[in-house]
Design a protein around this ligand. Structure first.
Ligand code: IMP
Ligand code: MG
Length: 178
């Protein structure tokens, strides 16, 4: 774990915030037809913890889109690698994402999913890096705002590593700023 620097958000803080978000979502979606759409793979750990804190009947589906590849810089190109299994027309859709960085991924997903005529469409992200935004995105539920650092853990990876860390850590920049 030499490439792992400072812990930015520890496990206890993550768990506490996820409980708060789950409680808020539970209130907001009572009586609705909720479907959580997780964006693979980064959102998997956050979504599984969050879903257990939403005390309502709900469905889950997943999408995979291309993002950074093996680099820490966004290409700006968004491509669907795996689409939803089911239709979302008339459903109350909540997109669950690990982190909003440039906003390009969610900007694209929002317009793509809106064209499928859901009853409502909102966004919940674990982390928000507002200083890096290239396109505006309205996020309805934010776990934590973080500074412009490349972070790993709690689902977030660097070259597919570190997703299983139970906390959020800053990646040692020496491994990519060369
Ligand atoms: P955006 O389209 O630039 O908002 O990028 C969103 C995606 O880039 C996220 O879903 C992550 O997969 C990835 N990403 C952005 N910042 C980080 C980071 O600090 N660590 C790990 N992945 C990141
Ligand atoms: Mg992602």
């Amino acid at each position: 774990m030499d490439n792992i620097g400072e812990i930015l958000i520890d496990e206890e803080t993550l768990i506490k915030r996820v409980k708060e978000l789950g409680a808020e979502i539970t209130e907001d979606y009572r009586g609705k037809n909720l479907i959580l759409i997780g964006i693979l793979k980064g959102a998997v750990i956050f979504m599984s913890d969050l879903s257990k804190e939403i005390k309502l009947p709900l469905a889950m589906d997943f999408m995979a889109v291309s993002s950074y590849g093996a680099s820490t810089h966004s290409s700006g190109v968004v491509r669907i690698l795996k689409d939803l299994d089911a239709e979302i027309e008339g459903k109350d859709v909540l997109i669950v994402e690990d982190i909003v960085d440039t906003g390009l991924t969610l900007h694209y997903l929002q317009s793509n999913l809106l064209s499928r005529k859901p009853n409502s469409l909102k966004i919940c992200c674990c982390l928000d890096k507002p200083s890096r935004r290239k396109v505006p995105v309205d996020i309805d539920y934010v776990g934590f705002e973080i500074p412009d650092e490349y972070v790993v853990g709690y689902g977030l990876d660097y070259n597919e590593r570190y997703r299983n860390l139970p906390y959020i850590s800053i990646l040692n920049p020496d491994i990519y700023k060369k």
